[in-house]
Design a protein around this ligand. Structure first.
Ligand code: TC6
Ligand code: NDP
Length: 297
């Protein structure tokens, strides 16, 4: 499904900060927020990537009514001063902040015993520390100014199930998910909502280069483990993100919505049995029935 879901102007008057908004899924979600009339600040470490993305997004979505504008600001989410600067510059340019999308991440596959301390730290610092630093800074701003803002955190399905070979990412995404739920309980009294999305595989250069590098891609097709037998489309994720950042989801908080074509369900112990052929099932049935009969005699 490649169509926008919300009605025209559904995010008009809102300002949303998107971390990692210059590439991949962050850029796709930013594009849809702009189409819906929101002003969007995109931020990440590389100013040149952000500038290019901002130009591309404005060329595609540019509106004449003054809404749907992009601000591109360099910011390492591990640095509180740079986060404070993004907040100040966003308020300065757009007058307010209504939403924060914590989307920046780092990740790569590796057997955990091959990781140095620094390799573990770099992922946890971007994903967990970056998410709580930004959430804390924006949350304080909202509470001080009595603004009923919304945080959306991009999680993963393995934040709840765990997963080998991406352990620093799983640890960090798991921590961020618990923060989402904990703060939803604590900050609900201020009208602040926090939710998360757990996407399955959505093709992006950033993820594919680091999770399905060339020799692996030949060996394993990521769609083979997905009941719906396909990867996600960026617009499908953007639709869900826009809904969770909009007022239409005003009674949803502390929730994590999975959008993965059913991939997480394949963790079930017997799901690999889908590879058994019909003829083999005939043999298996007879073998089990024989065992049943034998156990009665
Ligand atoms: C479907 C699944 C869900 C998807 C989730 C996603 O998040 S997708 C999003 C995906 N998008 C992104 O990830 C985008 C952002 N990612 C990035 O910018 C980079 O990938 C990085 C910063 C995470 C690592 O880059 P860098 O290495 O240039 O950074 P650095 O110089 O700071 O070094 C850090 C330490 O890590 C070590 N190390 C590195 N690779 C490996 C390896 N394969 N093996 C072992 N170790 C490795 C390296 O040797 C060093 O340790 P040392 O030797 O000094 O003790
Ligand atoms: N694609 C997929 O299949 C899935 C993705 N996800 C999640 O979706 C989100 C987007 O990933 P995706 O679009 O695939 O990958 P990308 O690599 O395109 O996105 C990661 C972004 O994070 C930014 N970033 C990295 N480090 C920092 C930092 N220290 N400070 C600020 N920004 C930083 C990068 O920009 P820069 O380098 O300029 O800093 C980049 O824009 C991530 O949270 C990821 O975990 C979850 C499940 C599946």
């Amino acid at each position: 499904m490649n169509q926008g879901m919300l009605r025209e102007g559904a995010l008009q008057g809102k300002t949303i900060i998107v971390t990692g908004g210059g590439t991949g899924l962050g850029k796709s979600m930013s594009r849809y927020f702009l189409q819906l009339g929101a002003n969007v600040t995109i931020c990440s470490r590389r100013q040149n990537v952000l500038d290019e993305a901002a130009k591309e997004l404005m060329d595609e979505t540019g509106r004449s009514d003054g809404s749907g504008q992009v601000l591109a600001l360099a910011c390492d989410v591990r640095n509180p001063q740079e986060i404070e600067n993004v907040i100040a510059e966003t308020v300065n340019r757009f007058g307010r902040i209504d939403g924060l999308l914590n989307n920046s991440a780092g990740n790569f596959i590796s057997p955990t015993e091959r990781l140095s301390y620094k390799a573990f730290d770099v992922i946890v610092d971007i994903v967990l520390r970056g998410t709580y630093y930004f959430t804390l800074a924006v949350g304080k701003h909202w509470i001080e100014n009595q603004i009923k803002g919304t945080v959306l955190n991009i999680s993963t399905t393995y934040a709840q199930t765990g997963s080998g070979y991406v352990v620093p990412s799983a640890v960090a995404k798991g921590g961020a998910l618990i923060m989402t739920k904990s703060l939803a309980a604590e900050w609900g009294k201020y009208g602040i909502r926090l939710n998360a999305i757990a996407p399955g595989p959505f093709p992006t250069k950033g993820a594919w280069d680091r999770l399905f590098p060339e020799p692996l891609m030949k060996l394993m097709d990521p769609t083979s483990r997905i009941p719906l037998k396909r990867v996600g489309e960026h617009q499908e994720l953007a639709n869900l993100a826009a809904y969770l950042l909009s007022d239409f989801s005003g009674f949803v908080t502390g929730e994590c919505i999975t959008i993965d074509g059913g991939e997480v369900l394949m963790a079930g112990e017997f799901n690999h049995l889908e590879q058994v052929s019909s003829e083999m099932w005939d043999v298996i049935e007879q073998t089990i029935k024989q065992a049943n009969r034998a156990s009665k005699s």
